[in-house]
Design a protein around this ligand. Sequence first.
Ligand SMILES: Nc1nc2c(ncn2[C@@H]2O[C@H](COP(=O)(O)OP(=O)(O)OP(=O)(O)O)[C@@H](O)[C@H]2O)c(=O)[nH]1
Ligand SMILES: [Mg+2]
Length: 234
Amino acid sequence: MHKNLLLIPTYNELNNALPLAETLLKNHAELDLLFIDDGSPDGTGEALDKLAQSTPRMHVMHRSEKTGLGSAYKAGFAWSLEKGYQNSLCMDADWSHDPADLPRFLRALETFDVVGGSRYMKDGGIINWPLPRLLLSKGAATYARMLTRMPFSDPTGGYNAYRNDMLTQLPLDAVSSQGYSFQIEMKHWAWKNGFKVHEIPILFTERREGKSKMSIGIVKEALWIVWKLVLKRT
Ligand SMILES: Nc1nc2c(ncn2[C@@H]2O[C@H](COP(=O)(O)OP(=O)(O)OP(=O)(O)O)[C@@H](O)[C@H]2O)c(=O)[nH]1
Ligand SMILES: [Mg+2]
């Protein structure tokens, strides 16, 4: 067993997740993998199971219903702690996050408790997003940062890494989001509780295949979660 676990939530990512898993197994011997699949109707979970049979480095958690990114990550963190890993890293399954960045996350984790990948700092960026999506994302980042004052240029970014000795202290109710505002809540909690936070630049690319799960509900959740954090002040 390695000390690093890479968590990858999946919902209908058959054509992305399988080649991603193969690449990670081949090029990143420093990591074990945990896919968290919410009963994807396209068979992602079963295809990943098949590949996992060939290696002890890869695991697949199956949940019966699509219950959101936030709860998938919480289940993954619990698994990572239970198995005794030292670090938990988070990545999307659709190739938006470049596996080649993983060594930089691991290096930064030697010094920091939370390492956030940032699209909005110097040397970071977004490739191939349509303008409306870019504006929505940038607007959400600015809104969250300005209201909470948290020192993250990309509070909503999903390519992140956490030290498990910090995650053991995370109270279950500190993060309640279903969707992408989970990332905001995690970073905010770590910063408010005095953990060492840091960002590294990443280049984010539009998903390779498949459909977006972004919805108006997810945007609305982000809008009110930020206010919840501002008012809570913990
Ligand atoms: N297990 C699980 N995974 C999810 C759920 N919703 C999204 N995901 C996964 O979470 C990751 C991020 O979701 P995406 O749909 O790529 O979100 P995004 O990058 O903001 O938007 P697009 O790339 O435009 O779709 C992907 O790997 C999804 O398959 C869910 O409810 N459960
Ligand atoms: Mg995506």
